[in-house]
Design a protein around this ligand. Structure first.
Ligand SMILES: [Zn+2]
Length: 338
């Protein structure tokens, strides 16, 4: 089968790899219908993170179950499924408390930018849709696998809700879907921080009420100006840099909540600054599995259209161009069709 392999910074190739097989009785193998390139895939692509000499890429996927191990009970061959990027048994104490991305059995689902994918702990990781989806739902269901689930978690962690003003730091797909999520959770006002006109337009489409183009201290000053000098009740951080974390903490009012989901790269917070900020900080790898049933229902009922974040669709063979377009910020998010 064909799979996307990262050989080093800037060097992505689509190559032949052995088709994955069921290895454990709890595994499923799915035929991937759609996958995509994640903002986090750009870290190793840019040489900021090292994934080793030949890394099989991709962790966002939808597909059709092909084979299952003999202990898999909840999904069966032929089911159309959406999965999360961490495998979870969905039965341990951590999973039952809603933190499936930190399941005691810690297995990452990798190699999804390929024709077939082995999914460990299939019963606790995959969720079947009510039937075979219409093709126009495919991008939105794929978004649920990571970017929507992550934006949703950030909005929940930031305690978005009725009467709240939510500021969103980061205008990548996760940040944009954080806007959608905050609105769905009832936020009255959502301030999207973006200086990119096409992304501002998507943010508006998803329900942003205000746009702030300034960054850093100037961006914080703008958020304060829009909130009577107090700062937002809730802030979603969807980048993972020193500047974005500081911007998020400083844009939040004392007693407010910051939900951070950008994978932190060399972020070091100043203790005294954090102490006097008086904010709640909660984040980490999103437990997408917690939200999947609800998100699938919202998509199935066409109540939300998160698939709008995909502004580039390419065949799997053109994965190198998908990475390049996202790296150069020509595309918000690229969908790959095996
Ligand atoms: Zn678990």
């Amino acid at each position: 089968m064909r799979a996307t392999i990262l050989h080093g910074p800037g060097d992505v190739r689509v190559e032949e790899r052995p088709k994955p097989l069921v290895e454990k009785p709890t595994d499923a193998v799915i035929k991937v219908v759609a996958a995509c390139v994640c903002g986090s895939d750009l870290w190793p692509y840019r040489g900021i993170a090292d994934y080793g000499p030949a890394a099989a890429m991709g962790h966002e996927y939808v597909g059709v179950v092909e084979t299952v191990g003999n202990e898999v009970k909840l999904v069966k061959p032929g089911d159309f499924v959406v999965g999360s990027f961490f495998a979870s048994d969905n039965t341990c104490e951590i999973c039952r408390s809603g933190y499936q991305s930190r399941c005691v059995i810690n297995e990452h689902v990798g190699a999804a930018q390929a024709e077939y994918l082995r999914v460990p702990l299939a019963d606790g990781t995959l969720v079947a849709t009510p039937g075979q989806p219409d093709p126009d739902l495919m991008p939105s269901l794929l978004a649920a696998s990571d970017v929507l689930g992550t934006g949703w978690f950030a909005a929940v962690a930031a305690e978005s809700g009725p009467g709240k003003t939510v500021a969103v730091v980061g205008d990548g797909a996760v940040g944009l879907l954080g806007v959608l999520s905050a609105r769905q959770l009832g936020a009255e006002r959502v301030i999207a921080m973006s200086r990119h006109p096409a992304r501002q337009a998507v943010a508006r489409e998803f329900g942003a009420t205000d746009i702030v183009a300034e960054r850093g201290d100037e961006g914080v000053a703008k958020v304060k100006e829009l909130t009577g000098g107090m700062g937002a009740h809730s802030v979603i951080e969807a980048v993972g840099t020193q500047q974005s974390m500081e911007q998020a903490i400083h844009a939040c009012r004392p007693g407010g909540h910051v939900g951070f989901v950008g994978i932190a790269h060399e972020v070091a917070l100043n203790g005294l600054d954090l102490f006097f900020s008086g904010v709640h900080l909660h984040g980490g790898p999103a437990p997408v599995r917690r939200f999947l049933p609800d998100l699938i229902k919202l998509i199935w009922d066409r109540a939300i259209n998160p698939g709008l974040v995909f502004d580039l669709t390419l065949p799997l063979d053109q994965a190198p161009e998908a990475y390049k377009a996202m790296d150069e910020r020509r595309a918000i998010k690229a969908l790959l069709q095996p």
